[in-house]
Design a protein around this ligand. Structure first.
Ligand SMILES: [Zn+2]
Length: 140
């Protein structure tokens, strides 16, 4: 079968999420915190998910967390991802309370991934504008 790989889709950067993507380019993982009720907020939003205040600040994450849940994609991905099979899509629960990210677990055998496995962020540069935070098994 001769499958021509399409370019991968890239995130659309909303104006309020720009600080997140700029930091990712610099190898930093940011989330927001509400200055009124102290709730951690992720994904980037214009208002607090708890009290709807727009008094949000950006905070740097340690980049450490655990796998909350995951799946190993073995077949039928969008064609741009065929070359990556098998790959892991996971929800990573970061150390910071309430912050969870949908991402990939990389730099390991996909079948070694387990729930509650410690992971740490790595950054994958796609182009000059977009760097994707992904996660790899943490060194213990
Ligand atoms: Zn709030």
């Amino acid at each position: 079968m001769n499958v021509q790989a399409k370019p991968k889709p890239v995130p659309v950067i909303s104006s309020w999420a720009k600080p997140f993507w700029e930091a990712a380019r610099d190898g930093k993982l940011l989330y927001q915190r509400c200055k009124d009720c102290n709730t951690n907020v992720f994904y980037p939003r214009i208002a607090c998910s708890n009290c709807f205040s727009d008094n949000l600040e950006w905070v740097e994450s340690s980049g450490k967390g655990t796998v909350y849940t995951y799946t190993v994609v073995e077949s039928n991905p969008p064609s741009a991802f065929i070359q990556d099979l098998p790959f892991v899509i996971a929800i990573v629960k970061l150390e910071e309370e309430g912050v969870q990210m949908l991402s990939n677990i990389v730099d390991c055998d996909p079948y070694e991934v387990k729930c509650d496995m410690p992971v740490e962020v790595v950054f994958e540069k796609l182009n000059d504008e977009i760097t994707l935070p992904k996660f790899k098994p943490a060194k213990i």
